[in-house]
Design a protein around this ligand. Structure first.
Ligand code: ME8
Length: 641
């Protein structure tokens, strides 16, 4: 059976970062592993180039959209080429073949009755000219981008009958417990589907940067919704809707995605495929999120790790090794330079690099660099059997994408080798005249290294080719069969000297991430204290709980000139009653549905016989009083500080 492995197609609105690199590394490693085993394999990556987001990014950069997309798409492709990523196809959603395939899919779904025309009713921000789903609105009404009030607007749209697939999807998840890996992730998908699926708007009329409608629809004011267009790349890349020449690779064996886009891949995508009467991918492999030094990476923080920078300084294969070894698949991972350097020095330099150097050194001294396996079985049958045990255990880890377990297990080979060297001490055996035994130990280690380099090849292709070259063989499916499946020993060969593969890293080579402004140390504060006794410690400030509140109701307090009675939502179970002396400056009506800042941990007090459970922040001068409000809408209860 053939193997088809995909990465998401990346948006062309910015350069690649380490998260993109991780998905691409893991997919590349699995593709290489399958090829090594002799499987017919197709590995796809590419770029997602349509939609309003890209159009806007191009505008911000002052470039025509296509030109902008061309540039960023090329930067992804060049990076992957630089990194030796072994993709079979790099798809762009602006490719003509892709557009034809998307139109064909649309026609097929329409003919089946799964697409119908109606009106999209949604929250529209006129200023941003964008629809927002209810879930993204701030307090159910405000635009998450500019904070302005959104309007409910109707736009003509074609809809995909997603609701029809709710039961079919749920049944599919039940019957295929490994559809989403790791298995633990399926619950969030099931809950979402079980909560009810609404039909999906799959076209837009508010912008033009997208795949046009098929001619047969005779309706050019619509363009395709970017996720319909994007998801279909996985089949258009195989020729769907055109020459279909590679469609026999479908269904995909594993589609790698970050957990951020699991919903699209585990709900919309299978529903589209069901509608097209195509089989579903075997696995959606959803991996976790990478942070840097424990912090979310973002352009504004300036802490994004550029994979090119790391690779230039430390070597791309070291980076691949680190990322695939560091995190259990599915869990979040953290990139810290210290952890990275520690792994290079201890696991790559000490465990692997030194072993190769040691046998080059020993065989040079003892046998003029000639290594012969003829006596290995006699002196090292125990080690050979341990070695084979490790090798036999590896496949299941890679098939489950557990690269960290795969590598952890693989590293046991080096322990076996090092232990054999310590126990058999070839230098002592040579002194005692037991040359055969000494040379058998050196040959055992060479055999272990040969196997380790074959199995490590999918993760570190070039480095392992260098090791194999030193050991006079080539890593390919034939050597995989010979050494891993049939367990043959290396025939006699002359080992080559190689420069150290993993020079030790003594100090960090990359600039550390900019730190978030640290709090002033206490000593410094004390110094200032001497000058001004009014200053407080930061902790004293945080004793006050300040929160954003939304005024739900407001009314005048009868017989009071100053007081208004407000019901304020602080994100708690029920609103708080706040009695505020602001009636001279604000009417009750104008306060409703606005946001204010509230001291939330004041002891409740009675004012005119009514409980007040908080205090508003306001500024007052000779011109009057004004309330302190958040600059943009925030969720009720958001802490201020
Ligand atoms: O979502 N940690 O593209 P995108 C781990 N075009 N992985 C990360 C990451 C991080 N910090 N940041 C990004 C899109 N990724 C759509 C996909 S597919 C039909 C359309 C990786 O450029 C991860 O794989 O935003 C995530 O799913 C993907 O990049 C999102 O890339």
């Amino acid at each position: 059976m053939s193997k088809y492995i995909t990465t998401p197609i990346y948006y062309v609105n910015g350069e690649a970062h380490i998260g993109h690199a991780y998905t691409t590394f893991i997919a590349d490693s699995v593709a290489r592993y399958e090829r090594l085993k002799g499987e017919k394999t197709f590995f796809l990556t590419g770029t997602d180039e349509h939609g309003q987001k890209i159009e806007e990014s191009a505008q911000k950069n002052g470039k025509p959209t296509q030109e902008f997309a061309d540039e960023i798409s090329a930067s992804f492709k060049n990076l992957w080429d630089d990194f030796g990523i072994s993709y079979d196809k790099f798809i762009r959603t602006t490719d003509e073949e892709h557009k034809i395939g998307v139109q064909k899919a649309f026609e097929t779904m329409y003919a089946k009755g799964d697409i119908y025309k109606d009106f999209y009713e949604g929250h529209y921000c006129v200023s941003c000219e964008t629809f927002f789903p209810e879930t993204q609105l701030v307090d159910g009404e405000f635009c998450p981008d500019c904070g302005r009030t959104t309007n409910i607007v109707k736009e003509e749209s074609y809809f995909f009958r997603l609701s029809n697939y709710q039961d079919k999807l749920l049944a599919y998840y039940e019957e295929h417990p490994d559809f989403v890996l790791p298995r633990s992730r399926i619950n969030e998908v099931k809950n979402f589907v079980a909560g009810g699926l609404r039909d999906l708007s799959v076209t837009r009329t508010s912008f033009t940067w997208g795949v046009k409608m098929p001619k047969s629809m005779n309706d050019d004011k619509h363009v395709m919704y970017v996720w319909l267009d994007a998801l279909l790349n996985y089949i258009t890349a195989l020729g769907y809707g055109k020459d279909e020449k590679n469609m026999d690779f479908w269904p995909a064996s594993t589609q790698f995605v970050g957990k951020d886009i699991l919903r699209f891949h585990a709900i919309y995508w299978p529903a589209f495929l069901m509608s097209l009467d195509l089989p579903l991918p075997k696995h959606i492999g959803a991996h976790g999120w990478w942070t840097r030094d424990g912090e979310k990476m973002s352009k504004s923080k300036g802490n994004v790790v550029a994979p090119k920078e790391v690779a230039d300084l430390y070597g791309v294969e070291n980076l691949r090794y680190f990322m695939l070894r560091e995190v259990p698949f599915g869990q979040d991972g953290d990139f810290s330079q210290k952890a990275f350097i520690d792994r290079i020095n201890s696991e790559l330099s000490n465990d692997l690099g030194n072993l190769l150097n040691r046998i080059i050194g020993m065989s040079g001294k003892y046998s003029d660099f000639i290594i012969d396996s003829e006596d290995v079985q006699i002196y090292h049958s125990k080690e050979l059997s341990n070695m084979n045990g490790v090798l036999d255990s590896l496949d299941k880890f890679m098939e489950n994408m557990q690269t960290h377990r795969y590598l952890e297990e693989l590293w046991k080979l080096f322990s076996i080798a090092n232990k054999a060297i310590e126990e058999h001490a070839p230098w002592v055996k040579m002194k005692e005249g037991k040359t055969e035994e000494a040379l058998a130990t050196v040959a055992l280690v060479a055999n272990i290294l040969a196997r380790a380099s074959i199995m490590l090849h999918p993760i570190m292709p070039n480095t392992t080719n260098t090791i194999a070259d030193a050991l006079s063989f080539i890593i390919d499916n034939a050597s995989y069969k010979k050494f891993i499946v049939e367990k043959q020993l290396l025939s006699s060969f002359t080992i080559k000297k190689v420069p150290p593969l993993f020079p030790r890293i003594e100090e960090p080579l990359m600039q550390e991430a900019p730190k978030v402004e640290p709090c002033k140390p206490k000593e410094e504060l004390k110094e200032i204290d001497k000058e001004d006794d009014n200053l407080i410690e930061i902790g004293q400030f945080f004793e006050t709980s300040l929160k954003v509140g939304t005024v739900m109701e407001a009314e005048e307090v009868p017989k009071s000139k100053k007081l208004l009675k407000l019901q304020v939502d602080l994100g708690e179970e029920k609103p708080r009653q706040v009695i505020a002396g602001i009636k001279e400056f604000y009417s009750a009506e104008e306060l409703v549905n606005t946001q204010i800042c509230v001291v939330a941990n004041l002891k409740p007090a009675k004012l005119m016989g009514m409980m007040s459970e908080g205090m508003l922040l306001a500024a007052k001068d000779e011109d009057g009083l004004c309330l302190v409000r958040p600059e943009k809408p925030k969720k009720s209860g958001t802490p201020i500080g």
